[in-house]
Design a protein around this ligand. Structure first.
Ligand code: MUC
Ligand code: MG
Length: 366
């Protein structure tokens, strides 16, 4: 069961409408499908969503690092030797999404080899997660319409609102309109993608007091160290590290320095192996985690729920699992369903992302 070859296939699928946030905008899923082939015919699958504004990776850089660096290093290795593979990937700095996708494809290949679902290999805590839907920048009334529609059609009752705009009143207005329109039982939390300064974030917290917001994600740049620590000290709600914490080492440093007190885990950038380390660290320290969305396809969302459902701590909160609904199409042969506000894992060997080859042929860019 040796790794025989690794494919990195760039493809592009449009979104029905762009998702805008403080650090960028996505109107096409310019992703990379990663397939790890073993010498006994098993194929492990994962999706790599490039986020240049977050990690500096592009579709081209992900295909290049996999084709030119990772594949030559990994071909010939035993697919079961996950820690060896993780160590080899770790020799290259950064490239979080490329590494994460190879790691997930390796786990998928292991699950298929052992004829076991990967959520069982990872922990098997539960088979489903509640879904949180991410709302991008839009006028407040449109946001409310979207949230009400997603509540009605999919049963979603948790929303992450993208903020980080100036003037701050745009975001404050959006919080008010959502709370008034959705009622008290719906969870609303914020993600500013570093759009504010620490002082602006404090002002927003003051002006939204009483609206029952539950989390504040990456409010300002974590590199503005003292401002960020002051904000964490004064915030009445947990401050979540996201793009500041792609690795377990980053998580340790940011938590111990008081720059955040909750952690967003994204399997797209951490894979399952590093995500397991991050979750262990957070569980040991008594820190809340959220399962985040890197504007994932159905393949990526399936990976997130596979990891999130596998552990008690990562399945407590709703996971961000629904942004594929804004895509015009997907590569998954059997589409993901959100029913009663939840997504279930697939009880098949591996992660369960079976690819529709006709769609891949239609959307691949080379
Ligand atoms: C998020 O939580 O920040 C936006 C950019 C990215 O990398 O992920 C998304 C969502
Ligand atoms: Mg975020």
């Amino acid at each position: 069961m040796k790794i025989e070859r690794i494919e990195a296939i760039p493809y592009a699928i449009p979104y029905t409408h762009p998702l805008k946030f403080a650090s960028g905008e996505v109107s096409t899923a310019d992703h990379v499908l990663v397939r790890v082939h073993t010498d006994d015919g098993i194929v492990g699958v994962a999706d790599a969503p490039p986020r240049p504004y977050t990690y500096g990776e592009t579709q081209e850089s992900i295909t290049a690092i996999i084709d030119n660096v990772f594949a030559p290093q990994l071909v010939g290795m035993e697919v079961m030797d996950r820690e060896q593979i993780h160590a080899v990937l770790g020799r290259t700095v950064n490239n979080h999404v490329a590494k994460g996708s190879v790691d997930i494809a390796v786990w998928d290949a292991i699950g298929k080899t052992l004829e076991t679902p990967v959520h069982k290999l990872l922990g098997g805590y539960t088979d489903r997660m509640r879904v949180s839907h991410m709302l991008g920048f839009r006028p407040a009334e449109e946001l409310l319409d979207e949230a009400l529609r997603f509540g009605e059609i999919y049963g979603i009752t948790t929303f992450k609102l993208k903020v980080g705009r100036r003037p701050l009143s745009l975001d404050i207005e959006a919080c008010r309109v959502l709370r008034e329109g959705l009622g008290e039982d719906v969870e609303i939390y914020l993600d500013a993608n570093r759009g504010w300064t620490a002082n602006e974030a404090l002002e927003v917290l003051r002006r939204t007091e009483g609206l029952g917001l539950t989390l504040l994600e990456e409010p300002c740049d974590a590199n503005e160290v003292m401002g960020r620590q002051r904000l964490v000290d004064k915030s009445p709600i947990p401050v979540v590290g996201d793009e500041s914490v792609p690795t377990a080492g980053d998580v340790a440093r940011e938590l111990l320095s008081g720059s955040c007190n909750a952690i967003c885990i994204k399997t797209a950038r951490s894979g399952f192996t590093e995500a397991t380390q991050i979750l262990g660290l957070c569980t040991g320290l008594g820190v809340d985690v959220t399962m985040g969305n890197q504007i994932d396809t159905q393949i990526g969302s399936l990976a997130t729920v596979t990891f999130g459902a596998a552990h008690e701590a990562s399945s407590r909160r709703a996971g961000e699992l629904s942004n594929f609904l804004d895509m015009a199409d997907d590569l998954l042969a059997d589409p993901l369903q959100i029913l009663d506000g939840t997504i279930t894992v697939r009880n098949v060997p591996g992660v369960g992302a079976e690819i529709d080859e006709d769609k891949l042929a239609a959307y691949r860019v080379r």
